[in-house]
Design a protein around this ligand. Sequence first.
Ligand code: CTP
Length: 396
Amino acid sequence: MNIIILGVTGGIAAYKAVDVARQFILLGFEVKVIMTEHATRLVGPATFRAITGNPVAIDNFADTGAPIQHISLAREADLVVVAPATANVLAKMAHGLADDLLSTTLLATRSPLLVAPAMNLEMWRHPATRSNLEKLRERGVFVVGPESGSLACGEEGEGRMSEPARVVDTALEILGMGGSLAGRRVLVTAGGTREPIDPVRYIGNRSSGRMGYALAATAKRMGADVDLVSGPTSLEDPGGVETIRVETAAEMWEEVKAIAPACDVVVMAAAVADFTPARANAEKIKKEGRSGLTLELEPTRDILEHLAGSRTPGQVLVGFAAETGELMQRASRKLREKGVDMIVANDVSARGSGFDSDYNKATLLFADGRVLDLDRMPKEELAVRVWQAVLAMLEH
Ligand code: CTP
């Protein structure tokens, strides 16, 4: 497993480092955080500890059991990321100062270094910072950002720390792990559909859309060109993803039909209605004079099955199976009958996973008979596992 040392220094942007740590963890990295004394005044070490599952190192003289802490940390890292990097830490790095655990580790490491500067505009522009940065770049230190925008000090200009996703993307590029889906076009569907009964009522389901959105955002982060066709959800469009909102199964089919032929991969994470009212009432159905109400439903088109019937050469198709029992039998029947390459099966009746949860416990079933039983994990992490499995099929 790759180990990342994340150095957090005392800039207001220290709160963004929490998300940097989180994103590395979701991508399967081991993260060890070193904070400066000042950084601990802005974000509590307990937050990083909880997210990374590792103790947070702050003090040079703490008794950690390791013989010489800065040397052991420096040696084991595949990459050292300093985010945010204040003007002060950049100056220390440029001049080889080592007066706390982070700066000592930075001096002792031979791993690649990535810094994400964040500071006030004037400090960023100051000739001292400029020349420190130049020195660091000459020595091969990677720099991401800063970006322009409104700064914590109230000014506008260059000095904002890059967004966590950008810091993580840059780190992946340095490690030679970036862009594994680069040049690939993928289509993801997400959320549940709504089948109208009348102008105010519909038949829907409990899908939140979170799994599909995590799949779309992750594919984007891995370099793909991503289209997302989504049923109604309360989620924001993922950054950089072409998002198309639909309501019904029929509308979803129209969009998917148009986009899918140009895609290398289609992942149907949407909970598509299997039946729709045969007629949607033009007016709101009234209760007066009725002792009951029977709705006539007719089947919708099975989108995934249609895609499998008309797939382009080399295209990978992935379906989901949300079940409430006999998971493996039902999922493997879907895999066969729908003619797809992989089914992500999950038991939606299990507590703490599935609908309305940030977690999922899934089993991946492949057309070649392989079965991969995964632990309960955050939906983002499951998304990474799904794309890794898809990548292996694409490269095959
Ligand atoms: N699916 C689809 N079009 C439909 C219904 C489902 O493309 N009209 C896709 C889903 O997006 C999912 C897979 O088929 O990837 C399985 O969906 P699921 O609802 O679990 O299975 P169904 O085939 O609908 O069977 P059942 O509801 O009887 O379990």
